[in-house]
Design a protein around this ligand. Structure first.
Ligand code: UDP
Length: 239
């Protein structure tokens, strides 16, 4: 099958409909800008299931996503979008690069969520940028940025509650947005929401259950992703 695009964790294929593409979740894992690599059996399947469940939950709550329909174990049909080259990171608890940058201890709760912007550019190593840089690079208008920021905070509020009810703490996560074809006017949530792109800890014990298990060589990576899936699918079944 012809590939439209291949990234570190996903592949896109064309469909008969020019406005829709097939998104495949790969078993490949990378960290530290691609310097650390591994393959985990079943990762694509689990991440697709988790993204699908979270997209369906968010859509029900009124968040527009590029999701169209499920396809098979590792693939879903999504609307064709032009991804805005900004990673929106929302944080509820200090972890990872934030802890290093501002010197607060990992695990410290933030009184208000923080939204950060990173420029999606592999050659530059995805640097953090401010709204003025977004303007200078013409990545989004002020109005679009404000709307996306509000949407990212809404997604955070919804997901934080959803995970909490499933016995999990949503520490932080990254989301991406795209301009929907054909007119590129509507901006919708795109890409994935999975343990690869979120920090998720056990609510009681703070045990790390996300991609940090791979980044930090903690072992039991897929077992932890599977535990997240079991908790959220169990919770979703009761909603
Ligand atoms: N993140 C991501 N892709 C990236 C960078 C970060 O999905 O290219 C996610 C990461 O999994 C975490 C959050 O964004 O949930 C914040 O990551 P951070 O800035 O702390 O970076 P890290 O410590 O992972 O380098």
């Amino acid at each position: 099958m012809k590939i439209i695009y291949e990234g570190k964790a996903k592949r896109l294929y064309p469909t008969d409909n020019p406005l829709e593409v097939l998104m495949e979740f790969k078993d490949d894992a990378t960290a530290f800008n691609g310097k650390k690599k591994a393959v985990f059996d079943n990762k694509g399947r689990i991440n697709k299931q988790i993204t699908l469940l979270l997209y369906q939950f968010l859509e029900k709550a009124g968040v527009q996503t590029h999701f169209v329909r499920d396809h098979d174990e590792t693939k879903m049909i999504v609307q064709r979008v032009d991804i805005i080259p900004i990673e929106f990171v929302v944080r509820n608890v200090v972890a990872g690069s934030l802890s290093k940058r501002i010197g607060l201890e990992e695990g410290a709760a933030l009184t208000r969520p923080i939204v950060e912007y990173y420029y999606k550019n592999d050659d530059l190593g995805d640097p953090m940028i401010a709204p003025d840089h977004i303007r200078a690079l013409n990545l989004a208008t002020d109005d679009e940025l404000e709307r996306i920021r509000d949407e990212a905070l809404t997604i955070n509020r919804l997901l934080t509650g959803f995970f909490r009810d499933a016995g999990l703490r949503l520490v932080d996560f990254k989301v991406e947005f795209g301009r929907r074809h054909p007119d590129l006017q509507d901006i919708v949530l795109a890409d994935e929401i999975s343990p690869d792109t979120c920090r998720i800890w056990d609510l009681e014990t703070n045990e790390i259950l996300d991609k940090d298990r791979f980044r930090r060589d903690l072992g039991q990576v897929m077992e932890s992703y599977q535990r997240i899936w079991e908790r959220i699918s169990g919770h979703a079944a009761h909603c």
